[in-house]
Write a protein that binds this ligand. Sequence first.
Ligand SMILES: *Cc1c(COP(=O)(O)O)cnc(C)c1O
Length: 388
Amino acid sequence: MIPYGRQWIDEDDVAAVLEVLRSDWLTTGPKVDEFEKAFASTVGAREAVAVSSGTAALHAAVHALGVGPGQEVIVPAITFAASANAVVFEGGTPVFADVDPETLLLDAEAAERRISPRTRAIIAVDFAGQPCDYERLRRLAARNGLSLIADACHALGATYRGENVGTLARLSTFSFHPVKHITTGEGGMVTTDQPALAHNMRMFRNHGITSDFRNREASGSWSYEMEELGFNYRLSDLQCALGVSQLKKLPGWIRRRRQIAARYDEAFSSLPGVRPLATAPGVEHAYHLYILRFVDLAIARARDSIFKSLREAGIGVNVHYRPVHLHPFYRRRFGTREGDCPAAENAIGRLLTLPLYPRMSDDDVERVIGAVQTRVSGVAGGVEGGPR
Ligand SMILES: *Cc1c(COP(=O)(O)O)cnc(C)c1O
C-alpha cells in the first residue's frame, strides 16, 4: 500500500530521542527551549511555543486572544474540524465562511459577509499547504478590529510574497502529527511576534501556572501560582529532541514534495476532466496534500468508485475534508446546514487526495499516475459516451 502521507524517521532521529531517554529530563527540560528556538528561527518569528498537538496549538491561540462566550470567530468551511473546535473549547461560536472554488482557501469576501458586531477573529487555513491571501485578510482584519490566526498545520515551509508562513498572522499554528511536514509523534507549535501572547500560551500549556518546574528548581522555591485555568498541553523533551532532529531535514523534504507535485501537475494537465487545485501567483506551496478536482460531472459522479478501486489497487487515496459545518455536532449545536457554504459543498464530492510524502519513490509516483489515469479515462469514455 502506498499511503497518502507518511513520516520519515532516520537513525539520527532515533539517536536524538535515545539521548534524552538517558538524560535527567524526559519532559520540560532543555530540549523544549532548543526546539522552540530552532523553530522560531526557521520561520523567522520572534516566539515559538511548543505544545502537545496542533489542536492544542489552536486552542492556546484562541485562548490567548481572549475569545469567549458570545463571541464569534470566522472559520473556513473546508478544514480539519480542530480549526473550529478550538473556538468551541473556549465557549465561542465558529461562524463558517465559504471557500474559493479554485483553491479551496478562505474566500475573503465570504469572510467579510460573515463579520458581525460579535466577531473577534478570523482563522485562515493554509489548505493543502498553500498560504491564503494574507494581504487581503490582514486588511480585512485591521479594518474591522479583528485578530488573524493562521492555521498553518498544512503549510510549514511555504511562503507568501516572500514572507514565511509562521509570520503572516498575529498567531500561527503548526502540527507535528506523522503525516505533516515534520513529526514529533504528536505535537504542535504556535508562533507569534508578541511576547505577551507567548507568555500567556506558556502558562496555558502548564495548567495556567506562572512558572514551570525547572524555574522553581533553579530558584530553590516550592511556591507557584495558578493565574488562570490552563491545561497540560506540554510537549515532552523526548518529542522536542525528535522535533529538532526532524527540522533539519525540512528544506530537503519540501523540495521533494514540490518535485512530486510538479510531476503530478505535468501528468494530469493532459487528462481531460481533471484539474489540480489552483495555485495563486507569488506563493511557494508546501504541498502537505496534492488534491485533484474532478471538474467533469461524469468523473465527479464516479469519484467514490474511483476512490474504492484505487484503494483496492494499493493506492492510499483520501478525501480532505468534509465541510465542517455539515458534521452532526455542528448541525446540532450551532444549527448549521446545507446551503451555508455552497462552494465548499459543491467541491467535496469532486476531490481526491493523492499520496504525497518525501520518501515516495519516483516509481511510486508513476504507479499512482498510471492508476489514476486509467480509472479516470475509463469513466470519461464509458459514462459520457466516447472521449472528448
Ligand atoms: C493536523 C491539523 C490540525 C490538528 O493537528 P493535530 O496535531 O492532529 O492535533 C489542525 N488543523 C489542520 C488544518 C490540520 O491539518
